[in-house]
Design a protein around this ligand. Structure first.
Ligand code: CO8
Length: 258
């Protein structure tokens, strides 16, 4: 029996990662973070992987950090557990390739924080989002207090963080937390279609657009625009991807990416 929490499948350049601990609603424990760190390291060294998709098995995406593992922690251990998750999610966010969250069900607490570390979120109609930490006398610990306001706005973030309200996929779409809502039974089909579409684009361009948009978001407009100009230039060298893409257009053929 495979006791791994992360089940993976590589298909046409798309790495589908299923979080599989359904008896505990896929709650995030130390084993999860260790496996995710290993997976991120292996993806960095695998040029076959063009896009990563993360989903959950059963009725949850992830129902939060593992409360049973957290309950006996002291102050130093609590802080360390927070940093463990923060570091993993930050490395996930910094992967060069796109990472899509396919939100199939409950994405609560650390689970919602995981979706927010992905590049964008596609939700099935059964998806539910929430930051219920204050119900437990806690606060989010995987940078949810930071990412939620950046992805929506400060008022929306504070409302959700303070009320611990659980919202459905349509409300998540309305506040800009998710980018698309699809019928539950079509979720994985739709997400794979989106992932394959992205994987068909110039791979260097996709990596650059992620890098520039993400890093630029934390800079002034002038600094971000400078980053963009430099990245733009790199796509023009001899044998470059941009040259191939533009030539293919003019020659009315499909580009051949390296
Ligand atoms: N941790 C551990 N076990 C969990 C968790 C969790 N987060 N969520 C569910 N489970 C377990 C339940 O205990 C239950 O186990 P058992 O069968 O052994 O009793 C099993 O999963 C099934 O759960 P339910 O019976 O409750 O299933 P329901 O369908 O009735 O309810 C819910 C589903 C609504 C998802 C419900 O389980 C729930 O409310 N879960 C907790 C949600 C929550 O509060 N999440 C936030 C956790 S705190 C957090 O994420 C902080 C992140 C930052 C941490 C920083 C580190 C310090």
């Amino acid at each position: 029996m495979d006791n791994k929490i992360l089940q993976t499948k590589l298909e046409e350049g798309i790495l589908l990662v299923t979080i599989s601990r359904p008896k505990a609603m896929n709650a995030l424990n130390t084993q999860f973070f260790n496996e995710m760190d290993e997976l991120i390291a292996s993806v960095k060294n695998n040029p076959e992987v063009k896009v990563m998709v993360i989903t959950g098995e059963g009725k949850a995406f992830v129902a939060g950090a593992d409360i049973a593992e957290m309950v006996n922690k002291d102050q130093a251990e609590g802080e360390a557990f927070s940093r463990l998750g923060q570091n993993t999610f930050r490395s996930l966010e910094k992967l060069e390739i796109p990472v899509i969250a396919a939100v199939n069900g409950f994405a609560l607490g650390g689970g919602m924080e995981l979706t927010m570390a992905c590049d964008f979120r596609i939700a099935g109609t059964k998806a539910k989002f929430g930051q219920p930490e204050v119900n437990l006398g806690l606060i989010p610990g995987y940078a949810g207090t930071q990412r939620l306001s950046r992805l929506t706005n400060l008022g929306t973030a504070l409302y959700l963080l303070m009320t611990a309200d659980m919202i459905d996929a349509v409300e998540a779409l309305r506040i800009g937390l998710v980018q698309k809502v699809v019928e539950q039974e079509n979720l994985m089909g739709e997400v794979m279609k989106i992932a394959k579409n992205i994987a068909s684009k110039g791979p260097q361009a996709i990596k650059k657009v992620k890098d520039v948009a993400r890093r630029g978001y934390e800079m002034s407009l002038d600094e971000g625009a400078d980053l963009e100009a430099k990245a733009f230039g790199t796509l023009f060298g001899e044998n470059s991807e941009g040259r191939e893409g533009m030539s293919a257009f003019l020659e009315k053929r499909k580009p051949e990416w390296k």
